[in-house]
Design a binder for this molecule. Structure first.
Ligand code: CAA
Length: 260
């Protein structure tokens, strides 16, 4: 799997996807978004990749936003198409059948924070700086920031970040509930890898079904969400992994999950 703007490596059940445009602080242009879509399609069928870790190359930025140079001269039709491409790509991440963890190792601004928000959860390095500075450019978040951020941290806090455009540090991102954990910069990848490895050892079908149930139920009323859970939970008993997981427990051995 080789790309112009991405580095993809699979090891120990984990696919590490790095946005690789360090000279532009990993800004998302059309080409990079399309490559991300392609990478997800390829990782979909790869049994040796149970979980994705998304991060940025270069040590300075996770992703510093959508590519301002590419956007500057867009007309409204082109801007709409670009926003749609961003939404499609981030939607693919959010609904990907395998978990996706964002390892935010530097600036995560604008589209950079928005792509992190489409992941299942976010870990940040102590050196990370996060924000949605689009209003300083005369626009506002266009890759889902006005939707995912309020759902994650509440309307008031999201509006404060969106209207001011101010950057927050890693600790503030943790305090606001954007980041699940903060790690020293030189430990981030090691810690994320450890969590990813734990998840990769669990029943892949179960993790995938849980992701789907949380996502599908999130914007519904509790009763509808409970129906989603019950239905999926019942279906989990049709999997090899359920028989194997419970059988292994009773036989006091390690389960051999197949993701089937
Ligand atoms: N798009 C294109 N290029 C970018 C970029 C972006 N979002 N962010 C940084 N770069 C480029 C810079 O232009 C610069 O290129 P040159 O070396 O060719 O001049 C290079 O990356 C390094 O950047 P700086 O010299 O600015 O680095 P710095 O350390 O002084 O500052 C920074 C770092 C604070 C992150 C600053 O680069 C910055 O503010 N970047 C823009 C952040 C931003 O506004 N993001 C939102 C974009 S709009 C968006 O994302 C829309 C949406 O909702 C989808």
């Amino acid at each position: 799997m080789s790309y112009k703007n991405l580095l993809v490596e699979v090891a120990d059940g984990i696919a590490f996807v790095k946005i690789n445009r360090p000279k532009a602080l990993n800004a998302l242009n059309r080409e990079t978004l399309l490559e991300l879509q392609q990478a997800l399609k390829e990782l979909q069928g790869k049994k040796d990749a149970q979980i994705i870790v998304l991060t940025g190359e270069g040590g300075k930025a996770f992703v510093a936003g959508a590519d301002i140079a590419e956007m500057k001269d867009m007309n409204p039709t082109e801007a709409l198409a670009f926003s749609r491409l961003g939404h499609e790509t981030l939607g693919m991440i959010e609904n990907f059948t395998k978990p996706v963890i964002a390892a935010v190792n530097g600036y995560a601004l604008g589209g950079g924070l928005e792509i992190a928000l489409s992941c299942d959860f976010i870990y940040v390095s102590e050196t990370a700086k996060l924000g949605v500075p689009e209003v300083t450019l005369g626009i506002f978040p266009g890759f889902g920031g006005t939707q995912r951020l309020p759902r994650l941290i509440g309307k008031g806090r999201a509006k404060e970040l969106i209207y001011t455009g101010k950057m927050i540090d890693a600790q503030e991102a943790y305090n606001q509930g954007i980041a699940n954990k903060v790690f020293p910069a030189d430990k981030l990848m090691e810690e994320v890898t450890q969590v990813a490895r734990t998840i990769a050892q669990n029943g892949p079908m179960a993790v995938s079904m849980a992701k789907d149930a949380v996502n599908a139920g999130y914007d519904m009323g509790a009763e509808e969400g409970e129906v989603i859970e019950m239905t999926a939970w019942g279906n989990s008993f049709a999997t090899h992994d359920q028989k194997e997981g419970m059988g292994a427990f009773l036989e006091k051995r390690k389960p051999q999950f197949k993701g089937e």
